[in-house]
Write a new protein. Structure first.
Length: 594
């Protein structure tokens, strides 16, 4: 490990030199080469000749998957697909090469990174910090994104200020040995919960972000998710219910070594294609050729793609054997410490609930769910990622849950190869294959309410990212108790109370048609035929159900129930049922005290 540290320190010393000479152009002549000390919150957009572009290429025969696969295999950085239109990240010369691809036509391009000066970080961070941390400041880069050091400090501060809600677990060490791999567990009674043991009574839901270092919006989403959960406890009824019943595990920085390269690259060199800002992989350089990977950093970099190195179908479609390509699979399946530690964490958190055969489904009462968040294609992807011609044994349930998620974020749902391209060795395939848990990959939308920046959106875009994505994570946490059952049932889209005196009327809206509109294999909605409420004690703790009165008919209805107030405020839990007998996830509401 000592050798790795020396190598890493040497790499950081020469980041500027490598970035400056990768294309044979002195960085001093580039307007966005900002002279700054490491960690300074600065940056500006690259000169036009150094811009990254999102180039749109249309498959002339309409087969977008075939074109995406062809370009991906040829080493192009395919970042999203819309039917027959494939989006490729590259330079002006990349566009020129795409013009020569037989059977494809370049139909447009837009800037792949923000243009113009990058705003400074907000003077206050209180709007994205739990209340007990108001006034704390954490190091930032690129207008407000927190550094790796900031995450380490934030994680420790959460435990210190909220010991009954938060526990910090070190589950491994990064390749260089410079960074611990941290998982945060959020739940009521965290001091006695959050053990690395799958035999638990609470449900478990795992969110992990920034596997790919350049995808900076993902860890910020995790930061905000943790903040909203903590601040919502004992205030927001559904968040309170989730933290009482569920351990929510968050790994905000799967790839901290690579993230440090990105933050230093943006700070010192901006977002031009010669900048280390585009580092995707970890910092394992052992397979790189002598002298390192030549060429422009964005298109030729050392390291291993941590989302191609997992053991399930390692080395298959969508991965590369070239150590300098973005999707390098590594020297062996699970060879990277970040991935091997993550696989161990999966097994410590979730029971093995699926048979060993390729066609064995996980049972209907399987517990546990996981979402790994990427950018920038605007997708909700379900297993299998390695080959879209093969469906997972639990495809119907996984697909239903994927479309339940994209009801909230409006992304496109499907297997990776159905909506982008096939990708083998991914973390979601591993989690489902090994343990049977409901596993998904999200790709946050790169435009983010009009914000440009394919992997580096302006920090001001994060409010829109948060509003678009956190509701889907709350849904997943509620469904994690029995995802293959609950995701088939109606979604409670709203619940409220009204009235005064000794009773209160609870009104819920339940919709089995709460599926997103975009994707492959959208399930058919059933009529909602029943609803129930549990007052004080939830269904998973043996609560007594009370039937609610249905108003209307069809796939979306409202339901009401009159509830007596008690001596103290309590939670009530509502669920809708469809005509096939499926109950949806329970959603909580406060019943005020008399």
């Amino acid at each position: 490990m000592h050798v790795r540290r020396n190598r890493w320190n040497a790499r950081r010393t020469v980041v500027a030199a490598v970035a400056a000479t990768a294309t044979g152009i002195a960085l001093a002549t580039v307007p966005n080469a900002v002279a700054a000390s490491p960690g300074a919150d600065v940056g500006s957009s690259p000169a036009a000749s150094h811009l990254m572009w999102n180039v749109a290429v249309r498959a002339d025969d309409g087969n977008g998957l075939a074109l995406a696969t062809l370009l991906n295999t040829a080493g192009y950085d395919v970042i999203s697909r819309e039917g027959a239109i494939v989006h490729v990240l590259g330079s002006a010369s990349t566009q020129a090469r795409l013009d020569a691809v037989t059977g494809a036509t370049v139909v447009g391009r837009q800037a792949g990174a923000p243009r113009g000066p990058i705003p400074k970080a907000p003077a206050s961070q209180d709007d994205v910090l739990p209340r007990k941390l108001d006034g704390k400041m954490y190091p930032t880069f690129f207008g407000g994104y927190r550094t790796v050091a900031a995450y380490h400090k934030f994680e420790s501060d959460l435990v210190n200020k909220y010991p009954n809600l938060v526990r910090k677990v070190t589950y491994g060490t990064s390749f260089t040995g410079d960074n611990p791999l941290i998982a945060m567990c959020l739940t009521a009674g965290a001091k006695s919960s959050c053990q690395l043991d799958p035999d638990v009574t609470k449900a478990r839901f795992l969110v992990m972000t920034q596997i790919h270092a350049r995808e900076i919006a993902t860890s910020e989403t995790a930061w905000r998710f943790m903040t909203r959960l903590i601040d919502g406890y004992k205030k927001d009824a559904q968040i309170t219910s989730l933290l009482k019943s569920t351990e929510i595990w968050v790994v905000p920085e799967v790839n901290p070594d690579g993230i440090e390269v990105v933050q230093d690259g943006i700070t010192q060199h901006g977002t031009g294609y010669e900048s280390p800002a585009w580092q995707r992989k970890n910092m394992d350089q052992e397979q790189a050729p002598a002298g390192g990977c030549g060429g422009t950093w964005a298109f030729s970099q050392s390291g291993v793609d941590l989302n191609r190195n997992n053991t399930f179908h390692w080395g298959g479609q969508g991965s590369s054997s070239d150590p300098c390509e973005q999707e390098f699979k590594g020297k062996a399946a699970g060879s990277e410490p970040e991935d091997s530690a993550l696989a161990t964490l999966f097994r410590q958190l979730f029971k093995d609930q699926r048979g060993s055969g390729a066609g064995d489904p996980a049972p209907a009462d399987t517990t546990g769910a996981m979402v790994t968040i990427h950018t920038v294609a605007g997708l909700v992807m379900l297993p299998w990622s390695y080959d879209s011609t093969v469906h997972a044994p639990n495809d119907a349930q996984l697909r239903s849950m994927a479309f339940r998620q994209n009801y909230y974020n409006h992304y496109t749902a499907g297997q990776s190869g159905e909506v982008l391209y096939n990708a083998a060795g991914t973390s979601d395939d591993l989690a489902y294959s090994d343990l049977g848990i409901a596993s998904f990959t999200w790709e946050l939308d790169g435009t983010g309410a009009g914000c440009q920046g394919e992997f580096h959106p302006l920090y001001s875009c994060m409010n829109a990212y948060e509003a678009n994505n956190l509701p889907g994570l709350y849904y997943d946490a509620a469904a994690a108790r029995a995802p293959y059952q609950l995701s088939l049932g109606p979604t409670t889209t709203s619940v409220s109370t009204s009235g005064s005196g000794a009773k209160v009327t609870v009104t819920m809206a339940a919709s089995d048609a709460a599926y997103g509109s975009s994707g492959v294999g959208k399930p058919a909605a059933q009529n909602v035929t029943a609803a129930r409420i549990f007052v004080g004690t939830p269904p998973w703790d043996g609560g007594t159900p009370q039937a609610m009165t249905i108003h209307g008919s069809g796939t979306s209805v409202t339901a009401t129930a009159d509830v007596n107030k008690g001596a103290k405020r309590v939670l009530a839990y509502v669920q809708g049922q469809d005509s096939a007998g499926n109950w949806g996830p329970a959603v909580a509401v406060w019943i005020p005290k008399a």
